[in-house]
Write a protein that binds this ligand. Structure first.
Ligand SMILES: Cc1cc2nc3c(=O)[nH]c(=O)nc-3n(C[C@H](O)[C@H](O)[C@H](O)COP(=O)(O)OP(=O)(O)OC[C@H]3O[C@@H](n4cnc5c(N)ncnc54)[C@H](O)[C@@H]3O)c2cc1C
Length: 298
């Protein structure tokens, strides 16, 4: 007999909120109402939740901090699983750190710096969760999270498995994880460093960001991937004179052309329309097919 999400969450003792507006859960501030957001507080409950939802044919998606998401105007008939309330602590052992997926990436970078652990300073300005960073293979300033991963814990096919880095095929803004994988945590290998040097490096990256990106506006970071080595999508869009172009509540950022920023009343449809406009102008002018960097839920 099929069960409802309410029944499954109650059975597993998983906190859940129903009919949540995704515009409150994403940094782009667009998106319609999602059926449910569930907050398991242990990896075991998270894995059991995935198994139960799948058993009953209910659609689910992992939700990090929503900083790389473009969610359609909805309604969305699915369960977002947020790992923000996982109680698993961060564990430091020598130069390794084991960290739960719902943990804040900037917070982790700061903590590592304070402990004299170096190797992820460049990830400090990326505003997402650790799980989201692993899924997206987030990177900046020459750093990529995949470079320091030792292993990743994943709820997959009703079990929790630990996958060693050498079995995982990462590439630029790409990981091997599918929509059916819930990343529960990761172990990172850092190296001995100097807290002051790391803090200074992080401060420099943050200063650079504030000067070159619309960090105070609503955005999902870069909308498109760079099309190849030495080719920056932002520069291509800028050269086409598109900065400042607006559809509804969505605008190509005048600060960085690979960012779409939204005002409080933007609809996802405005963002989709602007994306299509950019893609077709870049295709016509440069013969380049732009790939999305942001993940789309529709
Ligand atoms: C101002 C700004 C600057 C940014 N700068 C950068 C940058 O320099 N470099 C960069 O790489 N990115 C950047 N981003 C994009 C974004 O912050 C990163 O992609 C980040 O890693 C996404 O993490 P998140 O927790 O917000 O993931 P979400 O946006 O919540 O999710 C992104 C995708 O990951 C999946 N996901 C999330 N958590 C999990 C999990 N536990 N298990 C499995 N899948 C999961 C989601 O289902 C979704 O498909 C920027 C964004 C903003 C707003």
């Amino acid at each position: 007999m099929p069960k409802s999400v309410e029944e499954i969450c109650a059975e597993l003792d998983v906190a859940a909120r129903f009919h949540q507006p995704m515009r409150h859960l994403t940094s782009l501030r667009t998106g319609g109402e999602i059926a449910c957001v569930a907050f398991p507080d242990t990896p075991e409950k998270a894995a059991a939740l995935v198994a139960r939802l799948e058993e009953h044919g209910l659609r689910w998606s992992p939700l990090g901090y929503g900083t790389n998401l473009l969610v359609a105007d909805g309604p969305l008939d699915r369960v977002a699983i947020s790992l923000r309330q996982l109680k698993t602590p961060v564990r430091f052992e020598g130069c390794q750190v084991k960290v739960p997926a719902g943990y804040s990436l900037p917070r982790l970078v700061n903590q590592c710096a304070d402990r004299g652990l170096s190797g992820i300073e460049g990830l400090a300005p990326i505003p997402g969760s650790v799980g989201g960073a692993v899924k997206m293979n987030a990177g900046s300033h020459g750093y990529e999270i995949a470079d320091v991963i030792v292993s990743v814990d994943v709820a997959r096919e009703r079990r929790i498995v630990t996958l060693p880095r050498e079995t995982l095929d990462f590439a630029y803004r790409h990981s091997p994880f599918t929509e059916r994988d819930l990343i529960l945590g990761t172990t990172l290998q850092l190296r001995p460093g100097n807290p002051e040097a790391s803090r200074a490096e992080i401060a420099e990256y943050r200063r650079h960001r504030a000067a070159t990106q619309p960090v105070r506006d609503n955005s999902a970071g870069c909308i498109f991937k760079n099309p190849g080595p030495g080719l920056a999508t932002g520069r291509i869009i800028d050269e086409l004179g598109m900065k400042g172009e607006t559809i509804g509540g969505a605008t190509i950022s005048p600060v960085h052309a690979n960012f779409i920023v939204t005002n409080g009343s933007a609809r996802a449809a405005d963002v989709f329309a602007l994306i299509e406009r950019i893609r077709s102008r870049v295709r016509e002018a440069r013969g380049i097919e732009l790939d999305m960097e942001v993940e789309v839920w529709e």
